[in-house]
Design a protein around this ligand. Structure first.
Ligand code: CA
Ligand code: CA
Ligand code: CA
Length: 158
Protein backbone atom coordinates (compact mmCIF):
# COMPACT_ATOMS: atom_id res chain seq x y z
CA UNK A 1 0.00 0.00 0.00
CA UNK A 2 2.69 2.42 1.10
CA UNK A 3 4.88 1.44 -1.85
CA UNK A 4 2.06 2.02 -4.32
CA UNK A 5 1.36 5.46 -2.82
CA UNK A 6 5.05 6.31 -3.01
CA UNK A 7 5.19 5.28 -6.64
CA UNK A 8 2.19 7.45 -7.55
CA UNK A 9 3.88 10.46 -5.90
CA UNK A 10 6.99 9.88 -8.01
CA UNK A 11 4.87 9.58 -11.16
CA UNK A 12 3.04 12.80 -10.28
CA UNK A 13 6.35 14.63 -9.77
CA UNK A 14 7.67 13.27 -13.04
CA UNK A 15 4.52 14.44 -14.81
CA UNK A 16 4.85 17.90 -13.22
CA UNK A 17 8.48 18.13 -14.38
CA UNK A 18 7.46 17.27 -17.94
CA UNK A 19 4.76 19.97 -17.88
CA UNK A 20 7.27 22.55 -16.57
CA UNK A 21 9.80 21.48 -19.20
CA UNK A 22 7.20 21.83 -21.97
CA UNK A 23 6.28 25.27 -20.62
CA UNK A 24 9.91 26.41 -20.73
CA UNK A 25 10.42 24.97 -24.20
CA UNK A 26 7.37 26.88 -25.44
CA UNK A 27 9.19 30.18 -24.93
CA UNK A 28 10.39 30.40 -28.48
CA UNK A 29 9.92 33.95 -29.73
CA UNK A 30 13.05 35.42 -31.33
CA UNK A 31 14.12 38.74 -32.80
CA UNK A 32 14.09 37.60 -36.41
CA UNK A 33 14.96 40.58 -38.58
CA UNK A 34 16.38 44.05 -37.99
CA UNK A 35 16.24 46.99 -40.40
CA UNK A 36 18.40 49.61 -38.65
CA UNK A 37 19.29 51.57 -41.77
CA UNK A 38 16.38 51.92 -44.22
CA UNK A 39 17.02 53.41 -47.65
CA UNK A 40 17.16 57.21 -47.50
CA UNK A 41 18.76 59.92 -45.43
CA UNK A 42 17.46 59.74 -41.85
CA UNK A 43 18.56 63.35 -41.30
CA UNK A 44 16.81 64.81 -44.37
CA UNK A 45 13.91 67.21 -43.84
CA UNK A 46 10.43 65.71 -44.22
CA UNK A 47 11.44 62.18 -45.02
CA UNK A 48 9.29 59.83 -42.97
CA UNK A 49 11.84 57.07 -42.60
CA UNK A 50 11.24 54.46 -39.96
CA UNK A 51 13.52 51.71 -38.80
CA UNK A 52 11.90 48.48 -37.69
CA UNK A 53 12.47 45.04 -36.33
CA UNK A 54 10.53 41.81 -36.65
CA UNK A 55 9.81 39.10 -34.10
CA UNK A 56 9.08 35.50 -35.06
CA UNK A 57 7.21 32.84 -33.11
CA UNK A 58 8.88 29.44 -33.55
CA UNK A 59 6.15 27.73 -31.56
CA UNK A 60 3.07 25.90 -32.86
CA UNK A 61 0.79 28.00 -30.67
CA UNK A 62 0.31 31.73 -30.23
CA UNK A 63 2.36 33.69 -27.72
CA UNK A 64 1.15 36.82 -25.92
CA UNK A 65 4.10 39.22 -26.00
CA UNK A 66 2.27 42.24 -24.58
CA UNK A 67 4.35 43.76 -21.79
CA UNK A 68 7.53 42.19 -23.17
CA UNK A 69 10.28 44.68 -23.94
CA UNK A 70 13.13 45.32 -26.33
CA UNK A 71 16.36 46.90 -25.11
CA UNK A 72 19.09 48.25 -27.39
CA UNK A 73 22.84 48.37 -26.88
CA UNK A 74 22.52 52.16 -26.67
CA UNK A 75 20.25 51.93 -23.65
CA UNK A 76 16.97 52.51 -25.45
CA UNK A 77 13.96 50.46 -24.44
CA UNK A 78 10.39 49.92 -25.56
CA UNK A 79 7.52 47.86 -24.18
CA UNK A 80 5.38 45.85 -26.56
CA UNK A 81 1.80 47.16 -26.53
CA UNK A 82 -1.31 45.54 -25.03
CA UNK A 83 -2.82 43.03 -27.44
CA UNK A 84 0.53 42.12 -28.99
CA UNK A 85 0.04 38.45 -29.78
CA UNK A 86 2.05 36.45 -32.32
CA UNK A 87 0.29 33.51 -33.89
CA UNK A 88 2.04 30.17 -34.40
CA UNK A 89 4.96 30.41 -36.85
CA UNK A 90 4.07 34.04 -37.55
CA UNK A 91 5.76 37.44 -37.54
CA UNK A 92 5.28 40.70 -35.65
CA UNK A 93 6.79 43.97 -36.89
CA UNK A 94 7.46 47.04 -34.76
CA UNK A 95 8.32 50.39 -36.33
CA UNK A 96 10.65 52.73 -34.47
CA UNK A 97 11.93 56.23 -35.18
CA UNK A 98 14.77 56.61 -37.66
CA UNK A 99 18.08 56.18 -35.84
CA UNK A 100 16.41 54.47 -32.85
CA UNK A 101 18.53 51.50 -33.88
CA UNK A 102 22.29 52.05 -34.16
CA UNK A 103 23.79 51.55 -37.61
CA UNK A 104 26.86 49.95 -36.08
CA UNK A 105 27.21 47.10 -33.61
CA UNK A 106 23.57 47.10 -32.54
CA UNK A 107 22.46 44.30 -30.21
CA UNK A 108 18.76 43.95 -29.46
CA UNK A 109 17.63 42.03 -26.39
CA UNK A 110 14.10 40.67 -25.95
CA UNK A 111 12.79 40.38 -22.39
CA UNK A 112 9.53 38.73 -21.34
CA UNK A 113 6.95 40.37 -19.07
CA UNK A 114 8.86 39.29 -15.94
CA UNK A 115 12.09 40.83 -17.27
CA UNK A 116 13.80 37.53 -18.11
CA UNK A 117 15.91 37.51 -21.27
CA UNK A 118 14.25 35.52 -24.05
CA UNK A 119 16.53 36.28 -26.99
CA UNK A 120 19.31 38.55 -28.21
CA UNK A 121 20.67 39.34 -31.64
CA UNK A 122 24.24 39.15 -32.83
CA UNK A 123 26.03 42.53 -33.01
CA UNK A 124 24.58 43.90 -36.25
CA UNK A 125 26.09 46.66 -38.39
CA UNK A 126 24.26 48.12 -41.38
CA UNK A 127 25.98 50.93 -43.30
CA UNK A 128 24.29 50.01 -46.57
CA UNK A 129 21.44 52.55 -46.56
CA UNK A 130 19.31 50.27 -48.73
CA UNK A 131 16.52 47.68 -48.63
CA UNK A 132 18.85 45.09 -47.16
CA UNK A 133 18.34 43.99 -43.55
CA UNK A 134 19.83 41.50 -41.11
CA UNK A 135 17.69 38.41 -40.76
CA UNK A 136 17.86 34.99 -39.20
CA UNK A 137 18.14 32.56 -42.09
CA UNK A 138 16.06 30.45 -42.21
CA UNK A 139 13.46 32.38 -40.20
CA UNK A 140 13.62 31.65 -36.49
CA UNK A 141 17.02 29.93 -36.60
CA UNK A 142 18.61 30.36 -33.18
CA UNK A 143 21.83 28.54 -32.36
CA UNK A 144 23.27 31.54 -30.47
CA UNK A 145 25.76 32.01 -33.29
CA UNK A 146 26.48 34.94 -35.59
CA UNK A 147 26.05 32.36 -38.38
CA UNK A 148 22.30 32.49 -37.71
CA UNK A 149 22.27 35.95 -39.33
CA UNK A 150 22.49 37.03 -42.97
CA UNK A 151 22.22 40.43 -44.66
CA UNK A 152 19.48 39.90 -47.24
CA UNK A 153 16.79 41.82 -49.10
CA UNK A 154 14.35 42.80 -46.37
CA UNK A 155 11.35 40.54 -45.74
CA UNK A 156 9.22 42.69 -43.49
CA UNK A 157 6.45 40.66 -41.86
CA UNK A 158 7.18 37.46 -43.74
CA1 CA B 1 18.76 48.65 -44.73
CA1 CA C 1 19.30 55.30 -44.16
CA1 CA D 1 11.37 38.70 -42.28
Amino acid sequence: MYLRFHRSIILALLFACIIIWLGAAACSVVINEVEANPAGDEDAFKTPITAWFELYNNDDKEVDVSGWSINTSQGRSMVLPPGAVIRALDYYVLDVEAKWLAHSGEVLVLLNATGAEVDRTAALSDQEDNEGAWTRDPDGRDTNSTDDWKFLACSRGF
